[in-house]
Design a protein around this ligand. Structure first.
Ligand SMILES: [Zn+2]
Length: 268
């Protein structure tokens, strides 16, 4: 715990502050929580395979406060810590059964088979393995907050997709001013790895709560569904185009069945 104290103290968490962000020990994204209350500094990492956890009595000296205030701690993600300081630490608690994808050959194979490994490798989204439910889990995020998770069964059991909560947010992979709406998370990963922004609807309709999010993030939308869902795609695009420029792309196959370079060609 000794080394951890130095690192956590150097973060300069203000008194009464809660910070949620990338773990400085295992480098998992957004799994690390630290707070400073009543002269105590407490921290832990949500990932089961990480040993970051502890607390210490901490009252920084006047000099430390001055140095920290002047340097202004910036998180590794590039975001100023002040964005994280709020009464709400997170919308969703990551269960301890979520472990690194690389600890499950089945999970890695699923990602390869669905052309999603590249997005994972490029760190465009957070994917973990749920060892208790045997699922490949895509974390649903709102900026750096984890809002929920969606897990794909890695065997022949139901449901095929499991929602870990009733997240009001869609799963998004990649950045851009144009949002490409697809049915599921691996399809969004293919788009993210192709350098665009993929939004998984987690179904073939738009949840009302997604609207504000989509309008806040994008200047235009593309509904990209496969042939089976043509009518739904057209209906959806018609509805969306009242609010934001929207076009439709009908695909021969689900996007997750295209390689990243094939997807690039199709979507350009
Ligand atoms: Zn950690």
């Amino acid at each position: 715990m000794g080394n951890q104290i130095d690192i956590v103290e150097s973060m300069g968490i203000p008194s009464g502050g809660n910070f949620r962000g990338d773990c400085p020990f295992c480098f998992h994204k957004n799994s690390f929580s630290v707070s400073r209350q009543d002269g105590r500094l407490m921290w832990y990492c949500f990932f089961a395979d990480c040993s970051a956890k502890g607390n210490t009595i901490y009252e920084p000296s006047a000099q430390e406060i001055f140095t920290q205030a002047r340097s202004g701690y910036r998180h590794a993600s590039g975001q100023d810590y002040r964005h994280h300081v709020s009464g709400r630490v997170s919308g969703y608690k990551v269960p301890s059964s979520f472990i690194n994808v690389r600890q499950s050959d089945k999970c890695v194979k699923y990602l390869y088979d669905n052309n999603s490994y590249e997005a994972y490798k490029l760190d465009l989204c957070d994917i973990v393995y749920d060892k208790s439910l045997d699922r490949c889990v895509f974390l649903v995020k709102n900026g750096s907050y984890i809002e929920g998770a969606v897990g794909r069964a890695l065997g022949n059991f139901k449901p095929k997709w499991y929602m870990y909560d009733s997240s009001a947010y869609p799963f998004i992979c990649g950045k851009g001013k144009e949002g490409i709406l697809v049915e599921d998370c691996p399809s969004a990963c293919v788009i993210g790895a192709a350098g665009l922004s993929g939004v998984a609807l987690l179904g073939t309709s738009i949840k009302p709560s997604y609207m504000d999010i989509l309008l806040g993030l994008y200047e235009s939308l593309v509904v990209a569904l496969d042939r089976d869902a043509t009518n739904k795609a057209l209906d959806m695009a018609r509805e969306l185009s009242y609010y934001i420029p929207t076009t439709v792309r009908i695909l021969e196959r689900d996007l997750k069945h295209y390689t990243v370079s094939e997807a690039k060609e199709i979507l350009e």
